[in-house]
Structure formats: structure tokens, C-alpha cells
Design a protein around this ligand. Structure first.
Ligand SMILES: O=c1ccn([C@@H]2O[C@H](COP(=O)(O)OP(=O)(O)O[C@H]3O[C@H](CO)[C@@H](O)[C@H](O)[C@H]3O)[C@@H](O)[C@H]2O)c(=O)[nH]1
Length: 448
């Protein structure tokens, strides 16, 4: 066992990033290490309940400086439309002086980051280790690193032939199609840092991890999925409101739908989605942010929809405890965007999985799960990127109908993969090995 270290964490200000970073902070704290966790002020309230070691993990709220394009009060990726997250990058860059002052004052041993490219340079100046912790899939990190990634083909050397961006993906893949800048930032961080780690495991993405190691020319550490321990989840039970409502349905009959914390539907696609869920005839709970141009979910619902689905369908605007909802026995299907957090949460659940990926990393990991591993299905889109209510209905029913061939196939494959992932010691083994490797890294630095 190595000596105790103090780590800083400065993740991208999106909940899908801050949440797994906080789960990792809990793992480190469990082993006696201390963490200073930088986050935007308004995320504090939401993340605080996930901090299981408040004596060891200090949540340090930061105020974002004003930058062009950052609306008043916007502090996280959830506050900005899909295509314009850039002001958050600019604001996080401008916090460098504040972070440096903290480094000077507190002298941490390590600093974890994902998108903020200057962290390795700053860490070197102060003689501390920079740890690039990517919480997106290895499938995506590998694609970012691969030279000459082109639409339609896996790049040269990329280990999986079915995991490529194809056809209409160009329309939904804002990350690949429009944000080469983000690619550049991630690559810079990966190449310049001291330690590269990813929130994945070889059981899911082994081949891709080997590829990344070769491209980065660095040893790659894996943390595993970094999910909260099943026995304590977020430390509290499912809200009465949802427990009570879900208890009113048969086991495995409810479809839960959620699309993470960064994505906003176009209004017409949102309405088509609601109508598709209505067409399934199944009970459903949709937790979603208001679509573009609407200030509430309520005002964007299709006409007469609420009346028609009363008693069996709810569209909810606001935060729900997703992992707890997924483990309720009445929930039998999870329709989601395949954000990497939701993907892990769906894999360790017993739900049938339906993906409607929206961003490039989500498209890639959907291909791995749907085409290579066949543990899930995906809603087909038209060339324009549009998906119809009929397609949504048919896809959901294809996994919910008892005698569906594809439904049974993905159920069997998912069950097998879940058994591997939750097998005794697998997840804790990843976390333990990871922490040990970091302890060695810090000890080597101290003794050199
Ligand atoms: O009402 C809510 C909404 C979200 N969550 C949680 O928030 C996290 C959301 O993470 P994720 O599923 O990864 O979605 P995003 O927030 O959309 O994820 C961003 O970050 C991901 C990496 O985790 C990327 O894969 C995605 O492309 C990017 O959009 C998950 O743990 C959810 O359980 C809740 O608990 N309740």
C-alpha cells in the first residue's frame, strides 16, 4: 500500500463527466486519499449527495468568468444548445489562474482532467502528475487518436470493422463532423499527460484499449465502469413519487426513456418521439429536458397527448434518479442516447436496451453494442437523421414482445455480459488495481 496522496479533479463541466469523476473520487477517498474537486457553483447541489466521503472530498465551486456566447447563469453543458458548447471550454480555460493558485497553495500530487488541454503543461511547471481521465468510450478515444478517420470507414489499424461512422451519422455527429477543435484538445491532452486512463474495461473494449496504448505510446490504466456500489447507489432510496407510480405496473412492463444532460431534441422530433411511445401501447416514463425553442416540456407536447396517455405515460422535465429507476422491478426497457454513463447503467440493469444515439461517441459505442456484441437494438433513422414514430414503436416492441427473436437474442447476450460485469470482484478489482497504479506513480515521483 502506497502513501496517501492528494488529487485535484477538473472535469468538463457536464454532468455526464462530473458524475463518474465523483464516483472515482469516492473510490480514492475510500482508500484514504484526499480530493479537491472543482465544479461549477450550480452543480454543487446536485452532486453533493453523491459525495460519500465529505471529509476527504472537498467540492470546490468555481464561478465561470463571462465569455462571448455564455448566457447569464449558464455554467454547465446542460445550459447550452447542442451545437454551441464552446463557451464552456473558453470559460474553463480562463479559470487557469484560479486553479494554479490552488495548486500553489495546496500542492496536490496529481491533477485529473479530460478536455482542458493546458493541464499537463501547468502540472509540469509545478512538478505534479497530470492524469487524463476519459469517461467516454475507448471506441471514441481510439477514433479521435486514429489518423485520417473518415466517414464510412474505420480508420487504418482500428480494431473493429463494424464500429465506424456511416451515412446519416454525419448529420447527428456534431462531434466528428463539426468539432475538429474538440478532437484536437482531447488528442493534445492524451499525448502530453503523464497518465492516460479510461472509464472502461477489457471485457467490453479490450481490443480498442490495445490500439489506444499503441497510439499514445503510454501505458493505459482502466478504472472499469465507475458506477456507484449497488448497495448504496446515490446513498438514498428512489423518490416515493416514482416508487409509487412504478409499483402500479407489472414487472418488466414499463419503458423508461432518458437522454442525458447535454442533448436537446428539435421540437418536431420530440413530438414524434412522444407519439411513438404512445403507439407502443406500453406504460412509459420519459425524463427529458425541454426541446429547442420551448421553455418547458409541457408546452412542447403533441396536442391531446397528455389526455390520451393518462394513467400509463408521463413526460417529466427535471432530474430523476436514473440508476434507481432502472433497478425498479417494473422497468423492463431503457430507451436512451447511449451516453457512456447511461450505457453502463443500462448494461448492469436487467432492462432491454434501445439506443437512439445523438452524438458521435454515442453513435460509435451504439455500433459496438448493437452490431458487434448484439446486446441492444437501435432505432433506425432516415438519411436526414429523422426517425419516425413507427420506427420507434417497432423497435421498442421488437425487444418488449415476449416471442420476438431479436428481443430474445439481445436479452440472452445482455444477460451474459451483465453477469461478467457484475461477477464478484470484477468492478472492485479494476478500481483497486487502478488506485494501486496511481499510488505507485506518486511514490515513484516522490522518490525520484
Ligand atoms: O435526470 C437525470 C439525468 C441524468 N442522470 C445521470 O446523469 C448521467 C448522464 O450521463 P450520460 O448518460 O453519459 O449522458 P450525458 O450527460 O449526455 O453525457 C455526456 O457525457 C458522456 C460521457 O459520460 C458522453 O458519452 C455523452 O456523449 C455526453 O453527452 C448518468 O449517470 C445518469 O444516470 C440522472 O441520474 N438523472
Amino acid at each position: 500500500m502506497g502513501s496517501k496522496f492528494h488529487a485535484f479533479m477538473y472535469p468538463w463541466f457536464g454532468f455526464g463527466h462530473m458524475i463518474p469523476y465523483l464516483h472515482l473520487a469516492n473510490k480514492l477517498a475510500e482508500k484514504g486519499h484526499t480530493i479537491t474537486f472543482f465544479l461549477p457553483k450550480k452543480a454543487h447541489k446536485q452532486l453533493q449527495p453523491l459525495n460519500l466521503f465529505p471529509d476527504s472530498i472537498v467540492l470546490e465551486p468555481l464561478s465561470l468568468p463571462p465569455v462571448d456566447g455564455l448566457p447569464f447563469g449558464a455554467e454547465t453543458a446542460s445550459d447550452l444548445p447542442n451545437s454551441t458548447k464552446k463557451p464552456i471550454f473558453l470559460a474553463m480555460d480562463l479559470l487557469r489562474d484560479q486553479i494554479e493558485a490552488k495548486v500553489r497553495a495546496l500542492k496536490p500530487d496529481l491533477i485529473f482532467f479530460d478536455f482542458v488541454h493546458w493541464v499537463p503543461e501547468m502540472a509540469k511547471e509545478f512538478g505534479i502528475k497530470s492524469v487524463n481521465y476519459q469517461i467516454i468510450s475507448a471506441a471514441c478515444v481510439a477514433m479521435v487518436l486514429a489518423p485520417s478517420a473518415e466517414l464510412g470507414f474505420p480508420p487504418p489499424g482500428y480494431p473493429l470493422s463494424k464500429v465506424a461512422l456511416r451515412g446519416h451519422d454525419a448529420n447527428v455527429c456534431s462531434l466528428f463532423a463539426n468539432s475538429h477543435e474538440l478532437f484536437g484538445l482531447i488528442t493534445k491532452g492524451l499525448k502530453n499527460c503523464d497518465v492516460v486512463c479510461i472509464r472502461t474495461c477489457v471485457e467490453l473494449e479490450g481490443k480498442l484499449c490495445g490500439f489506444i496504448e499503441r497510439e499514445c505510446q503510454k501505458k493505459l490504466l482502466l478504472t472499469g465502469p465507475m458506477l456507484p456500489e449497488p448497495q448504496n447507489k446515490s446513498g438514498k432510496p428512489l423518490e416515493d413519487r416514482w416508487n409509487h407510480w412504478l409499483n402500479g405496473f407489472e414487472p418488466g412492463s414499463v419503458v423508461f426513456c432518458a437522454f442525458g444532460t447535454q442533448f436537446f431534441f428539435e421540437k418536431d422530433q420530440f413530438q414524434e418521439f412522444c407519439l411513438g411511445m404512445e403507439l407502443t401501447g406500453l406504460p412509459f416514463l420519459i425524463a427529458v429536458m425541454p426541446p429547442k425553442g420551448s421553455s418547458t416540456v409541457q408546452e412542447a407536447l403533441p396536442e391531446g397527448f397528455e389526455e390520451r396517455v393518462k394513467g400509463r405515460g408521463i413526460v417529466w422535465e427535471g432530474w430523476v434518479e436514473q440508476p434507481l429507476i432502472l433497478s425498479h422491478p417494473s422497468v423492463g426497457c431503457f430507451v436512451n442516447h447511449c451516453g457512456f454513463g447511461s450505457m453502463w447503467e443500462s448494461l448492469v440493469s436487467d432492462c432491454q436496451i434501445v439506443f437512439i444515439p445523438q452524438l458521435a461517441d454515442q453513435v460509435l459505442i451504439t455500433r459496438l453494442l448493437t452490431e458487434e456484441l448484439q446486446v441492444s437494438v437501435k432505432v433506425q433513422r432516415e438519411d436526414s437523421g429523422w426517425f419516425s414514430k413507427e420506427n420507434l414503436r417497432d423497435t421498442v416492441k421488437s425487444v418488449m414482445d415476449r416471442d420476438s427473436e431479436i428481443g430474445n437474442l439481445v436479452k440472452r447476450n445482455h444477460k451474459k455480459l451483465k453477469e461478467t460485469l457484475v461477477s464478484p470482484g470484477l468492478l472492485s478489482g479494476y478500481a483497486d488495481k487502478f488506485v494501486e497504479a496511481l499510488e505507485n506513480e506518486v511514490n515513484n515521483t516522490k522518490s525520484s
